[in-house]
Design a protein around this ligand. Structure first.
Ligand code: SF4
Length: 474
């Protein structure tokens, strides 16, 4: 974006939209470099609005990791909200980064993180707004490489005409290797195809243009064949073998506006062994790898010092399964209780909750608790391998009520394989039961009344799960 357009953006356009804070950047701990001083410019695009993208842990890790390399400048891009998009299209302003406000069509890489399929249309829209041809085959030499990673990259075919290459597995394990190969390629003056070809040899990279996909009559995939002999038949994901001691940023960007998760996010482990049959994350992030308590405490101190946050969220797929959870919580409380820094546990399994843990975490601040029974009857919970019983749920909920919690969320899914109306009605029944148990409490324990949120989302069969694309298979 030239200086005149930038002035116009700040002086006129941002006044006309709902949340200018989504686009102005310059937040605390955001990184500004001189583009002239780097070899590689990387636009990290989150295909959703700022508030959602800024809450995403993967973006925080990769943004800081890339920017710690002197030769790379990684900048953030989010999907503009409709009010901003209308103005951008009207005023011929292309998609720009939050850091330099430069347009991304001349960057080396435009990287998308694929968290959910519903964001795919945003990817198309963002490329269109960026003035970059949407289909790979229409992007010639001198255009950016469009790349993608994240859980949905494990099923790359829907975007294979758009994305030049996909990264499978832990991004921080592979991204710098790719950047190194790119740097050499850029100095060599070779064609884009040569760079892509060299990537086919890197474990964890899938380059669709080097494969032929054959379809069955019902549009399911029959086979995926490499088109060159030296291209591997199977692409294996990249795994960060030892999470402990691996890169984790000690600074996080502090947003200027409210975002979904505005706190210290501390990743305590990766992976989950529970094996719920619908859960893609449980399958693709295996094996379980834990960080040590010592390093978590050290990282926490650094992030608190650099951000000023007053809440720490212990993040993972199933936080209650962390081997040293009690010790970690006790240590955090010992250090930070006096400063009124709260702890939140966002992803607890119903059967992993203990009264002691509940009592501990609510010492500073009592946030809500979320439980995910996922299905309304025991029969269906057994089908999906969610090995929790109604007694587990009621036991945990009652323990939470006893500890003074009154803000409870219950997550369910509908459309699960073998589901009947009985299972759907079971969702209402179990929710009423939770409500009923609250009112069985003594009046003085009930405080201000209960807030119970029952969330029911549609089941989406995910690749690499036992329900892989065919909900009839049980
Ligand atoms: S639903 Fe939760 S507990 Fe089950 S496999 Fe997935 S992450 Fe693990």
């Amino acid at each position: 974006m030239d200086a005149k357009t930038k002035d116009y953006l700040f002086d006129k356009l941002l006044y006309q939209i709902e949340k200018p804070g989504r686009y102005i950047g310059n937040e605390w701990n955001s990184i500004n470099k001189n583009p002239e001083d780097v070899n590689i410019r990387f636009a990290f695009c989150f295909p959703d609005v700022y508030e959602i993208g800024m809450s995403h842990l993967g973006m925080k890790i990769l943004y800081h990791l890339l920017n710690e390399q002197k030769y790379i400048y990684c900048e953030r891009v989010f999907a503009p909200w409709t009010d901003m998009e209308i103005l951008m299209r009207k005023e011929n302003i292309k998609l720009f980064t939050l850091e330099s406000k430069d347009y991304i069509d001349k960057f080396d890489f435009i990287g998308f993180t694929l968290q959910y399929e519903m964001s795919y249309t945003n990817i198309v829209n963002m490329l269109d707004l960026a003035g970059v041809p949407i289909l790979s085959e229409e992007r010639g030499e001198g255009t950016p490489f469009i790349i993608a990673g994240g859980p949905c990259a494990y099923n790359p075919e829907p975007l294979s005409g758009i994305i030049d290459f996909f990264i499978l597995g832990d991004g921080e394990e592979i991204i710098l290797e790719i950047m190194d190969i790119y740097k050499q390629w850029k100095d060599s003056n070779k064609k884009k195809k040569d760079f892509l070809k060299s990537l086919t040899k890197v474990q964890g990279v899938y380059v669709p243009s080097f494969y032929k996909v054959n379809y069955n009559e019902d549009n399911t995939i029959e086979s995926v064949e490499p088109i060159a002999e030296e291209t591997p038949k199977k692409v294996k994901k990249r795994i960060l073998k030892d999470l402990s001691g691996s890169y984790y940023p000690d600074k996080l960007i502090v947003p200027l506006i409210d975002i979904v998760h505005d706190r210290v996010i501390l990743e305590i482990f990766r992976g989950c062994t529970r094996g719920c049959r619908f859960c893609q994350a449980g399958m693709i992030y295996r094996p379980v790898r834990e960080r040590t308590v010592e390093e978590l405490l050290d990282t926490t101190q650094k992030i608190l010092d650099s951000t000023g946050y007053d809440e720490i969220s212990l993040s993972s797929l199933s936080t209650g399964d962390y081997s040293y959870l009690t010790g970690l919580v006790e240590n955090l409380l010992e250090r930070y209780e006096k400063d009124k820094i709260g702890i939140s546990l966002p992803s607890l399994r119903i059967d992993s909750l203990t009264l002691k843990l509940l009592d501990d975490v609510q010492k500073v601040r009592k946030s809500g608790l979320t439980f995910a029974p996922e299905a309304g009857t025991q029969r269906l919970r057994n089908v999906i391998n969610k090995n929790v019983t109604e007694d587990d749920l009621m036991g945990s909920v009652n323990a939470a009520f006893d500890s003074g919690y009154s803000n409870i969320k219950l997550y369910f899914m509908m459309g699960l394989p073998t589901e009947t109306m009985e299972d759907i009605e079971g969702i209402a029944e179990i929710s009423h039961k939770v409500l009923g148990d609250y009112y069985k409490l003594l009046k003085e324990k009930r405080r201000k009344g209960i807030s119970l949120t029952v969330s029911v989302s549609s089941f989406v069969p995910k690749p690499f799960t036992p329900f892989n694309g065919n909900p009839k298979i049980v």
